[in-house]
Structures are given as structure tokens and as C-alpha cells.
Design a protein around this ligand. Structure first.
Ligand code: ZN
Ligand code: ZN
Length: 464
């Protein structure tokens, strides 16, 4: 809203210690936060001195005028439709223009489309493209840090509008905007911004309703003031709700999230986890069915020749990110479960020891492992008699089909009853039987050997 992108703003304390040429700090963010002085924090004692009055005016006057006006202005159905249509049009100025074109360069727009989007975007009164895109590039580059102008870690209210109500405590982190400084449409919009904003936010919505169907006051109250509030808060939600509500299907390192509710509120920007991972993709809703009207708008613009070179990220890489998150979740599930003792965790006994111990305990040998089935005798679906008949014997064949071909669940449960391993007792060719089905596939980290703790898994975990 103030013109932060171009001339330096005197309210910021400039970086006192520049990074020496040729030297790269280990971490730019921590280096900058350490060396750059910040304004004092906002407290109950000083908050009223730290207000950004221009932003306060823009954020609070339209809703006040709109709500007061709505009390004695009936909403006509034509004006209601105009409210919705103009919300989408000006919203596209922000989502398709400010965000996906100028901030992220996800496609090439014809000059006509550039002017249309620059003019429409001015109708949302969120500052010029130059100011908005500079802040948003810093948001992507320094997400969740104090160099991110709307750092989500500072709370939902702060990331939604608190960051505009108060003077920023420090300058947003460096972001290259040299392309925008040379863009004639961006420069033109910046120069005439106040005039364009007034015409597009107030004059156009009011006069269309006035000349169109005689509803001057309704046009002003609903299509101008309340529409302005609606679209502004819709786009503010990209910085607040989209970092707070939903899932992280592509990466869980930072706060951005995917959520259909925020996608509906923000004209498709709610697939924000995808967007932060793949900001050069013209889509935010990566999957064809995901609600992203901005993506459909750009697709249509391409078909009619207004846009070209719509960029998409490699499906292979997108799916790799998705798989990594899924594997991480599976790993957490895997670690929360109890697993049978492996051969290296068990005592090794010989056949004679097994025989003698089986006289006093219900021990059964299957696939080289000795199992204590004492607590299971009454629970065995086939009856206790079958188990008792096999105490002290090798019941491998009986278990795997000789008497009954047990299912995977039974095999997994059997492995939990392991108490020892029989010396020389695991015959060759029995890998499938030695390893319970629940362990045929496992999620292991890159620095863990495939057979750690489970030597018998080596071949299977590599091949499965
Ligand atoms: Zn973005
Ligand atoms: Zn974000």
C-alpha cells in the first residue's frame, strides 16, 4: 500500500552492516537478523504510535462505510450478481496478475492482458504491483522467518492484517525485482496507482450499477465498498489461513498448507503447500479436479491468445515430493507399532535344549524360530489340541499348509511369540516364511542399512 518496492522507506532502519563482497554467510537469514537493527516490538504502551495510518484508513474505512450503507440499502439481485462478477474480475487482477504473473512469472501475458490485469488489480487497493510483488517475493524466499513480511509464525492475525496495520519492525529480506523495475506496465501502474485505484475500486463498480439498472447507492455500498472488503480479506487469507489450515502433501518443512476451503475463499490460491514448493507452476491446484478458478482463467487466456508459455513443474518431481511426505508418515506409523524380535536379539539354542525346555513350556519351532504359545493356547482359532500336539516339534510344514495354510495376520502374530532361535534351524529357501508378511516391505532412512537389526531381511527388503 505504501510504495515500499521503489524508493527506500525512511521508517526502516537500514541494514548497518552489509555483507562484504565475495563473502557468503552460512545463513543469510540469521546473519541479517543478527546484524540488522529492528524497530522496538509493539506493546500495549506504544502500539498507537506505531500505526500505519494509510493502511488503517484503507483497511477500516471501506467496511465501516459499507456496513453503515447496507442498513438502508436493499440489495437488488442485479447488484448482487455484479458484486460477484466484479469480485472475480478484480480478484483475478490479484491472483492471475499480481501473484502468478508479476511475482512468480508463471506464464507470458500479452500487453493487452497485462494492462487488463494491472487495471483490475488496482481495484482491490492492495498497493501497486511493484510494492506487492516485492513483499511477496520476500515472503517466498524467507518464509516463516522475520525477513518474511507476513511471517506466519507470528500468529494468524499478524499474517492476515497485523503486518499492515502497524509499521513493520524491519525491512523485508532482499528480493530481486529488477525485472519489474523494467516492466513498462508495472511502471505505468505504479505512476498512476492512486487514480487507477480510485476509478477501479469506486467509480467503475458504482457507475456500472448506476447507469446499468439505476442502483447507484447499491453499486457504491455493495459492488464498491463491501466488494473491496470481501476481495481484500479473501487475498489476505492466502497469507494467514493458507499457512494455518490444511495438509502438507508436498513438503512439511514450512507452514504453507493445502486446503479446499481456503481454495474456495481465495480463488484457487488455497493449494498453498504446492504453491510454495513449485511457485513457478501456473497452477496452485495441481490436480485437475482441484478448485482453482485462476488456473482455469489462465488456461482460457492461453486458448484465446492472451497468454502463452504456461509453466508447469515436472510431474516426476511433484510426485517425488508427495511420495517423500507419504513415506515419512508411513515411517511414523511403522515406528509406533511393536515388531518381533530379530534373530540377533534372541538366544540361540540347540535341538536338545529345545526338547528339554518344551517339557515344561508350550514351545513350538516354526521356520527356525522357537515360539512360546502358552498364552495363546486358548485363543488359537483351530483349537488348543493342534498346538499341544506340536509342542517340542518342528511345525513349519504344519503351519504353512501341512495342516492349515495360515494367513498373513496369523504369521505376523506368530512372530511376536518368538523366544529363541534354533541353531541351524532355518532351512534354505524359506525366506518368505522366516520373514513375517508385515515386514516384507519397510520404510528405512537412507543412512540405515537395509538389514539393520533384521539380517534376514536383507534380500527381501532390497527386492520387494
Ligand atoms: Zn506466491
Ligand atoms: Zn505463503
Amino acid at each position: 500500500m505504501s510504495d515500499m518496492g521503489l524508493p527506500p522507506d525512511p521508517t526502516y532502519i537500514q541494514d548497518p552492516e552489509h555483507i562484504p563482497t565475495g563473502s557468503i554467510p552460512d545463513n543469510y537469514v540469521s546473519h541479517t537478523l543478527k546484524h540488522q537493527e529492528a524497530l522496538p516490538p509493539i506493546t500495549w504502551k506504544n502500539w498507537y504510535k506505531e500505526l500505519n495510518w494509510l493502511h488503517v484508513f484503507i483497511l477500516f474505512v471501506p467496511p465501516t462505510l459499507g456496513i453503515i450503507g447496507a442498513f438502508d440499502t436493499p440489495l437488488q439481485w442485479k447488484t448482487a450478481i455484479w458484486f460477484a462478477v466484479y469480485s472475480f474480475l478484480t480478484g483475478f487482477g490479484l491472483t492471475a496478475g499480481y501473484h502468478r504473473l508479476w511475482t512468480h512469472r508463471t506464464y507470458k501475458a500479452s500487453k493487452t492482458l497485462e494492462y487488463i490485469l494491472a487495471i483490475l488489480g488496482a481495484g482491490v487497493v492492495e498497493g501497486s504491483i511493484a510494492w506487492w510483488a516485492r513483499g511477496h517475493r520476500a515472503h517466498h524466499r524467507y518464509t516463516d522467518t522475520d525477513l518474511d513480511p507476513y511471517n506466519a509464525n507470528r500468529g494468524l492475525f499478524y499474517s492476515h492484517m497485523g503486518w499492515m496495520i502497524f509499521k513493520p519492525r524491519r525491512k523485508p529480506g532482499h528480493a530481486d525485482v529488477s525485472d519489474l523495475r523494467q516492466n513498462p506496465v508495472v511502471k505505468w501502474q505504479h505512476r498512476y496507482y492512486l487514480l487507477l485505484a480510485f476509478i477501479m475500486a469506486v467509480v467503475v463498480p458504482t457507475t456500472v450499477a448506476g447507469y446499468g439498472w439505476g442502483d447507484w447507492k447499491g453499486g457504491y455500498v455493495y459492488a464498491s465498498m463491501l466488494r473491496l472488503v470481501f476481495v481484500q480479506h479473501s487475498t489476505f487469507c492466502v497469507n494467514s489461513l493458507c499457512h494455518w489450515l490444511g495438509e502438507k502433501p508436498y513438503d512439511d518443512k514450512l507452514t504453507p498448507k493445502d486446503c479446499v476451503i481456503t481454495a474456495v475463499i481465495t480463488m484457487g490460491e488455497g493449494y498453498h503447500n504446492f504453491h510454495h514448493q513449485f511457485p513457478m507452476d501456473y497452477r496452485n491446484g495441481y490436480k485437475w479436479y482441484q478448485y482453482d478458478p485462476t488456473k482455469w482463467f489462465l488456461w482460457t487466456c492461453e486458448k484465446v491468445g492472451l497468454a502463452s508459455h504456461l509453466k508447469t513443474f515436472s510431474d516426476n518431481e511433484v510426485q517425488k515430493g508427495e511420495l517423500a511426505v507419504q513415506l515419512k508418515r508411513l515411517r511414523q506409523k511403522q515406528e509406533a507399532l511393536s515388531w518381533p524380535a530379530g534373530s540377533s536379539d534372541l538366544p540361540v539354542i540347540n535341538w536338545e535344549d529345545y526338547q528339554s525346555q518344551a517339557e515344561s513350556r508350550a514351545l513350538i519351532c516354526i521356520a527356525g524360530y522357537i515360539h512360546d504359545v502358552g498364552d495363546f493356547l486358548d485363543k488359537h482359532p483351530g483349537g488348543a489340541v493342534l498346538l499341544k500336539k506340536n509342542i517340542g516339534k518342528d511345525a513349519t510344514t504344519a503351519f504353512f499348509g501341512g495342516i492349515y495354510d495360515h494367513g498373513h495376520g496369523a504369521h505376523n502374530l506368530l512372530s511376536m511369540m518368538r523366544v529363541a532361535i534354533l541353531l541351524g534351524g532355518a532351512p534354505h529357501g524359506l525366506d518368505e516364511k522366516v520373514v513375517p508378511p508385515g515386514q516384507h516391505l519397510r520404510v528405512s532412512r537412507y543412512d540405515e542399512s537395509a538389514n539393520k537389526g533384521h539380517p534376514e531381511l536383507l534380500e527381501l527388503s532390497c527386492e520387494s
